[in-house]
Write a protein that binds this ligand. Structure first.
Ligand code: CP
Length: 304
């Protein structure tokens, strides 16, 4: 594991190593191997959880953190991302976390950069969000022990979701029973490329689910593309307490990568009750999983 670009490039062993290391960081039994290394956070798209948890993860590891200000950088004078990253490397940056609205841009720039800086994908367009899938997996394991043959239902704006793609890639490696639920206009165009079961009916999808992962309705993309109003989505797909009680498994785990649209894809009442608290725990686990990612990438060659 040289970089973290997508889940497909990781082996099961890579994934379990990250999970076990995250567990040790959470328990306080593991110390940082990467103190004084420097991390640059390059966010060209807005973020709360990913950006802040990478920053807190770096701080807990004793790293130096640069919050790269994309809007006020020399990119506005036409400098390329490749030249920017090579300059950061010569300034002493060891790793970059990049979030960008263009799918695949991190793979492209990584191929162009000639120096051994580490790349972490913090979410690129509709392509991948690997650290999110890792923290989601960590949370599922913490709550259930295993995902094998568990019914995991992802409900929402699948079409635009890098989180859904990275979760499907990861959960498939561990033999989860993966179900997707969305109206046809929010479903993957090439559904056959994924080994999942697809539902349009939310009750059927949620029925006996062990995990229900709700995705944000990405209104900013829908307005551009002329999709139906989000009230139409809410009427048919909103996850609420009654729906979970009536159809899901008794101990269902509710997840959402955030940010959530209250009373659109998930009810406000559900978010604020004890079932909804898992979503905050999921965000908190992001700190430990991201500590494990940074420690693994930057401690290459040293005994862990
Ligand atoms: N889940 C997630 O990526 O959240 P942010 O956009 O706030 O980072």
């Amino acid at each position: 594991m040289e970089h973290l670009i997508d889940i497909e490039s990781l082996t099961k062993e890579d994934i379990l190593n990250i999970i076990n290391l995250a567990k040790e960081f959470k328990n306080g039994t593991k110390k940082s191997d990467v103190e004084k290394k420097t991390l640059a956070l390059m966010f060209y798209e807005n973020s709360t959880r990913t950006r802040c948890s990478f920053e807190i993860a770096g701080q807990k590891l004793g790293m130096n953190i640069i919050n790269f200000d994309a809007q006020h950088s020399s990119l506005s004078k036409g400098e390329s991302l490749k030249d920017t990253i090579e300059n950061l490397y010569f300034l002493g940056v060891n790793a970059v976390v990049i979030r960008h609205s263009l799918s695949g841009i991190i793979n492209n720039v990584m191929r162009l950069v000639k120096y051994p800086i580490k790349f972490v994908n913090g979410g690129d367009g509709t392509h991948a969000h690997p650290s999110q899938a890792l923290l989601d997996f960590y949370t599922m394991l913490e709550k259930t022990g295993s995902v094998e043959n568990k019914k995991i239902t992802i409900v929402g704006d699948v079409a635009h979701s890098r989180v859904a793609k990275s979760n499907i890639a990861l959960l498939s490696k561990f033999n989860a029973d993966i179900h997707l639920c969305a109206p046809s206009y929010l479903q993957f165009e090439n559904l056959k490329a994924f080994d999942v079961k697809y539902h349009q009916n939310v009750k059927e999808a949620v029925n006996n689910s062990d995990v229900v992962m709700v995705l944000r309705v990405q209104n900013e993309r829908h307005e551009k593309e002329g999709y139906p109003e989000s009230s139409e989505y809410k009427r048919l797909y909103e996850i609420d307490t009654n729906l979970l009680k009536e159809y899901a498994s008794k101990d269902v785990i509710l997840m959402h990568p955030g940010p959530a649209n209250r009373n659109i894809e998930v009810s406000s009442e559900l978010l604020d009750n004890t079932v909804g608290k898992t979503i905050l725990e999921q965000a908190q686990n992001g700190v430990y999983v991201r500590m494990a990612i940074l420690n693994t990438l930057l401690n290459k060659g040293k005994e862990v």
